[in-house]
Design a binder for this molecule. Structure first.
Ligand code: ADP
Length: 486
């Protein structure tokens, strides 16, 4: 009986395989850490062979636990924007993968901006000219890695994002990429079916090395490496998968993931998003060629601020302790933290900004600082909320997930400051669940994603706003003032 879905979650720091049953219960999990390579300041690389070997090992472990004849299909979700170059003949990587965090193409992005290309790139792709995205990383490999250039000249070069690489290996040579991952390369126009010749020329990436853009769900290809022939039936970048796992299927529905950083996506339906507030437009999913789009805003520092309090300042022993500390005082005593420790992301986009703490007094202690750190999450999210509303995407409620969302005090503070209902699923593996839901629909286990959500998404806990307007106004006044000091 095929009553399980295998999800391969290829993250930045680890690779996991999870088997879900059709009620969304986790039947088996395997996980392996991924080596991070930092060859120079600002550079971050992964070994693509290690990504593949860990993925295969985790998949085999989970399939052995569940039974390969019980796997209806495979869903893959991945760290987005990371670029892999491999040889079409040997199927081997040609260089280290360049990871999304890598800033080595900042100068090339600045040249493109100075040459006046940003408006057109943003209008067509929904993305800003920033080293974060894949296209300039591909170009860097062609310019700087002899093996990559030689393979391109010999017509043997394959370039792709991580899901594309894994599909190639699993299928034995299918070169496809799903539209959600493709929309992070700067080489896909949001309304174009395949990679765009003009954008490829602008960035200097040969279109012939790129994959065919396919749906995020459906019978996309097969693998025979895990026992029998198993369809690969769902593909999505991690943030898009989490949005699906949170059941954000109607325009306006929004999720925020609070991990190291925070990523917010709002479903925009079939309208191609055009932000006037420095948010990103992206493909959320694609079914039979029909796209659903999202607006996206990222905050660089979320849980990493709590990590910093713990590891660099030694102020707390565990991240979870901040909850009790925040509750132990009536307020932050006037302390406000702007957590711009690595610049400010959306909607400010100020890479040079650095953190600020205002309102310190002799009455300030650990509790006030911990509370101010958690309050900063609501403040940053409020700025995003305002930008989304100004772009015509007001939020009706906010669905949260990610490691930091376990903090009840923060969840309530979000509801209070945003004056919105906040919802948190009991099962917080929303990224893997979303990829599982796509594959469950792709293999015909459910007729629609709504049906899959009804069966696979579990209970949620709600947090209702309960803050006086005057308290909220005072908080936001202090935040806006502190922001001007960065
Ligand atoms: P990522 O996927 O980015 O690695 P996770 O979703 O695992 O991150 O979340 C981990 C982050 O959340 C860490 O930075 C940690 O400091 C923070 N975090 C985890 N639990 C809590 C908590 N109870 N309260 C506050 N922060 C937390």
């Amino acid at each position: 009986m095929t009553d399980h879905i295998l999800v391969l979650d290829s993250g930045t720091t680890s690779t996991r395989a999870i088997a879900f049953d059709l009620s969304g219960r986790i039947a088996a999990v395997a996980q392996r850490a991924l080596t991070q390579h930092y060859p120079r300041p600002g550079w971050v690389e992964h070994d693509a062979q290690e990504i593949w070997q860990h993925t295969l090992a985790c998949a085999q472990e989970v399939v052995t636990a569940v039974g390969s004849d019980r796997i209806a299909g495979i869903g893959i979700t991945n760290q987005r924007e990371t670029v892999v170059a491999w040889d079409r003949d040997s199927g081997e990587p040609l260089a280290r993968a360049i990871v999304w965090q890598d800033r080595r193409t900042a100068e090339f992005c600045a040249q493109l901006r100075d040459a006046g290309h940003e408006d057109e790139v943003q209008r067509r792709t929904g993305l800003l000219l920033d080293p974060y995205f894949s296209g300039t990383k591909m170009r860097w490999m062609l310019d700087n890695e002899g093996t990559v250039r030689a393979a391109a000249e010999a017509g043997r070069l394959a370039l792709g994002t991580v899901e594309s690489w894994l599909v190639w290996k699993l299928s034995g040579g299918a070169h496809i990429t799903d539209a959600s991952n493709a929309s992070r390369t700067q080489l896909l126009a949001l309304d174009g079916a395949q990679f765009d010749e003009g954008l490829c020329d602008l960035l200097g990436v040969p279109r012939s090395a790129l994959a065919t853009v396919v749906d995020t769900q459906g019978h996309l290809t097969d693998t025979t490496l895990l026992g029998g022939r198993i369809p690969i039936a769902g593909l999505a970048g991690d943030q898009q998968a989490a949005t699906i796992g949170q059941g954000c299927f109607a325009p306006g529905e929004t999720k925020a993931t609070y991990g190291t950083g925070a990523f917010v996506l709002t479903n925009m339906g079939q309208t191609v998003p055009q932000s006037a507030n420095r948010l990103l437009g992206t493909v959320l999913m694609q079914d039979k060629g029909k796209r659903t789009y999202a607006l996206e805003g990222s905050v660089f520092v979320a849980g990493s601020l709590i990590q910093w309090l713990r590891d660099s300042l030694g102020m707390i022993a565990s991240a979870a302790e901040t909850d009790a500390l925040a509750r132990s005082v009536p307020d932050s005593g006037g302390v406000t933290i702007v957590p711009a420790l690595s610049g400010l992301g959306a909607p400010h986009w100020n890479a040079e900004a650095r953190g600020v703490v205002t309102g310190l007094s002799f009455a300030t202690g650990r509790a006030q600082l911990a509370r101010a750190a958690l309050e900063a999450m609501a403040h940053q999210t409020r700025d995003l909320c305002a930008a989304f509303a100004a772009d015509g995407a007001p939020w009706g409620r906010l669905r949260i997930d990610g490691g930091m969302s376990a903090n009840d005090w923060m969840a309530q503070d979000l509801a209070d400051v945003l004056a919105l209902e906040v919802e948190r699923p009991d099962m917080v593996e929303t990224t893997a669940l979303g990829a599982g839901m796509l594959a469950a629909v792709g293999t015909g286990q459910f007729a629609s994603l709504s049906d899959a959500a009804a069966s696979m998404r579990g209970a949620v806990r709600k947090f209702d706003p309960a803050m006086d307007d005057a308290v909220r106004d005072e908080r936001l006044f202090r935040w806006d003032k502190a922001l001007r000091a960065v």
